[in-house]
Design a protein around this ligand. Structure first.
Ligand code: SF4
Ligand code: FES
Length: 205
């Protein structure tokens, strides 16, 4: 199969080309080779676009493009790398509180748990905000299978080798790695990326 692609403008849905779509339960969602995915949050045929974005005046303009350099927290055996811009704040990392702290009081303590435990936790970070380096080599490719997973009431999880092409150079903001999360509720301030706003607006779909 040719390389998978997501192509869109500020005014369009996501055009997915040559990429499998899967539900959060792992069930494949039948889709043609080229399909439009809703990102305004209002389609009645989610995850697919039904044209509603043009009726509600949706634009996918990004409010916030200020991306700082990823932060690095060096420990004895592992360096934690945190790309703050990409974080969607879902709190998976807080499961290892000694290292990552809590949602309200985050911290980054690479020596507060074994490297294996830290790696296990980092691999659960859906947005790609977290990665790590061992012996000065950044490890950020965690998925062998290329697919888009549709999270119920949440974002698109893009895994594997999926090119992102749009009119706001969003690919330049992507973290180093093979996964990222895209907004499908329409409320993110960091479109096309998810920033956790789906929780604030009680998105359902
Ligand atoms: S997106 Fe990653 S870094 Fe942000 S809260 Fe979730 S697990 Fe932590
Ligand atoms: S799905 Fe829109 S901000 Fe997460």
């Amino acid at each position: 199969m040719k390389k998978s692609q997501l192509i869109f403008t500020q005014y369009s849905p996501l055009l997915a080309v040559d990429v499998g779509i899967t539900g959060i339960d792992g069930e494949k969602i039948a889709a043609p080779r080229v399909c439009s995915l809703c990102r305004c949050g209002a389609s009645k045929n989610k995850p697919f676009c039904d044209g509603t974005h043009s009726q509600i005046g949706f634009t996918g303009q990004r409010d916030n493009s200020e991306k700082a350099e990823p932060e690095r927290y060096q420990g004895k055996n592992i360096t934690i790398i945190y790309d703050r811009f990409m974080c969607m704040g879902d709190g998976h990392c807080g499961e290892l509180e000694a290292v990552f702290g809590t949602h309200d009081e985050p911290k980054y303590e690479p020596d507060a748990a074994s490297a294996d435990k830290i790696i296990e936790t980092i691999k659960k970070c859906p947005s790609g905000a977290l990665s790590y380096s061992l012996n000065d080599e950044q490890q950020a490719n965690f998925f062998s299978h290329t697919q888009i997973i549709v999270e119920e009431n949440g974002p698109y999880h893009c895994h594997g080798d999926i090119n992102l092409i749009d009119d706001q150079n969003s690919d330049s903001l992507l973290p180093k790695g093979d996964h990222y999360t895209l907004c499908r509720c329409g409320a993110s301030k960091k479109k096309p990326f998810c920033d956790g706003s789906h929780l604030d607006i009680g998105f359902e779909g």
